[in-house]
Write a protein that binds this ligand. Structure first.
Ligand code: RTP
Length: 152
């Protein structure tokens, strides 16, 4: 099967990442890796929207605190496209618990606490599609970069 160079993932800088001025660094990491930015915006989602995003975790003991954290300031929502974007995006983020994240990953470089772990990344292609539809109901851009057709 031909490699899917159009796989998409939803990446979101959480309120602590925006507050600490890490948006530019996180964008730069995905750009340098070779992914293509196809949507981005600063947003202040409400409780209902966040509960939809984290619906799978409803009922977990940390859920109310996590929603409060996500409501504490704006988030920076992005869609990145490229080969293996979902899995590679998760590798670039590091483990959910920053203490288990290696250096060179976003969480491994900038975070210590699971409850303040800087960034979200979709965990499957199916969830990526759902999250992109939830955060970008207006749609995303389609364009071709000059070098991408020569890479594969
Ligand atoms: P995310 O959805 O934010 O990318 O995180 P993830 O897939 O790596 O981890 P997940 O299990 O989906 O957890 C979502 C977010 O909930 C917070 N959390 N707190 N024990 C705790 O206090 C705890 N466990 C999870 C984190 O912010 C985590 O990213």
């Amino acid at each position: 099967m031909a490699p899917n160079i159009r796989e998409r993932t939803y990446i979101m800088v959480k309120p602590d990442g925006v507050d600490r001025g890490l948006v530019g660094d996180i964008i730069a990491r995905f750009e340098r890796r070779g992914f293509k930015l196809i949507a981005a915006k600063l947003a202040s989602p409400g409780k209902e929207h966040l509960e939809k995003h984290y619906a799978d975790l409803m009922g977990k003991p940390f859920f109310p605190g996590m929603i409060q954290y996500m409501l504490s300031g704006p988030v920076f929502a992005m869609v990145w496209e490229g080969l293996d974007a979902v899995k590679t995006g998760r590798v670039m983020l590091g483990a959910t618990n920053p203490l288990e994240s290696g250096p060179g990953t976003i969480r491994g470089d900038y975070a210590l606490a699971v409850g303040r772990n800087i960034c979200h990344g979709s965990d499957s292609v199916e969830n990526a599609e759902k999250e992109i539809a939830l955060w970008f109901p207006e749609g995303v851009l389609q364009y071709t970069r000059s070098q991408e057709s020569k890479v594969f």
